[in-house]
Design a protein around this ligand. Structure first.
Ligand SMILES: [Zn+2]
Length: 284
């Protein structure tokens, strides 16, 4: 089997495809196709959830209940967190696993099917994901003065607080929640968190002012891909007044900042100052 070809990076919502493999597990059918427009949950960094939509064949339609990254060595199929190898491992294929209720469609390898993604829900997640990256860059800018050493920089040349401290990111329709750890390793790498609690209102205002300025420019957004397969490297690219921002990303995005409407964040400290939570909301 070869890696699944994915068309969600270009914004595709529907594809004709050929079934490559199908099996039944606990009353559910797992379906692999040669290509798909569905964005699957990543096995290593599950920030953006699965697309919704349908898998159709011969006038019948099955709701796609889940969609995740899997890997196969040609004998066994491993799904999500059970994937035992890194992408690119010789002899392994990385595939998009669509789940539907068993019994709705009679499916066999070689069948032609149509995969169709719910466009409204996709658009809401795309807005949430672009807003998430934009907010991360604005947070980096607002915290730049707190670094005593120069750490790795982000795509705009600023200290990459987001990259150094993030522990989890969850993309929601028209929003996101990012969790950052302000522990000893971050302090060791040169970040000064002293007095952050008192500064939160000013920090929030600074992030929101940067976001308002950026969104107002209506810069273009695109996903650049190194190739059409699921495992090929993809990057979120956004034209901003400060430069062209790039973030490695497997998700879906809007095509321009005007689609976002107003973007704003709220910041909260928890775990006795050891955890910073950033909630981002876009218009829509
Ligand atoms: Zn991303």
């Amino acid at each position: 089997m070869t890696d699944t070809l994915v068309t969600f990076p270009s914004g595709s919502l529907t594809e004709r495809a050929t079934v490559r493999f199908v099996d039944v597990d606990s009353g559910r059918q797992r379906v692999l196709t040669d290509r798909t427009p569905f964005h699957p949950v990543d096995h290593g960094w599950p920030d953006q959830g699965p697309d919704r939509g349908t898998l159709d064949r011969g006038g019948r339609s099955a709701a796609v209940l889940d969609c995740v990254v899997g890997a196969t060595d040609g004998t066994d199929l491993f799904v999500g967190a059970d994937v035992p190898v890194r992408r690119g491992e010789p002899g392994w294929s990385f595939v998009v696993v669509h789940t539907v209720d068993a019994g709705v469609l009679e499916l066999a390898a070689g069948d032609e099917v149509t995969l169709t993604v719910d466009g409204e829900y996709r658009a809401a997640l795309s807005a949430g994901h672009t807003g998430c990256h934009l907010a991360a860059l604005a947070l980096n800018a607002a915290l730049a003065g707190r670094w005593r050493k120069t750490p790795r920089t982000d795509g705009l040349g600023r200290p990459d607080f987001d990259g150094a401290a993030i522990v989890s990111s969850r993309i929601e329709p028209f929003g996101s929640v990012d969790e950052y750890r302000l522990g000893r390793s971050l302090r060791k790498s040169g970040f000064d968190a002293a007095g952050l609690a008192d500064e939160l209102p000013a920090l929030t205002a600074a992030v929101n002012a940067t976001l308002a300025g950026w969104v107002g420019t209506g810069g273009a957004v695109r996903v650049e891909t190194a190739g059409p397969a699921l495992i090929d490297r993809r990057e979120w690219v956004c034209e901003l007044p400060d430069g062209t921002a790039r973030i490695a990303c497997g998700g879906t995005h809007v095509t321009g900042l005007t689609e976002l409407g107003a973007v704003g964040v709220s910041l909260e400290l928890g775990d006795e100052g050891q955890r910073l939570t950033m909630r981002t909301a876009t218009g829509g």
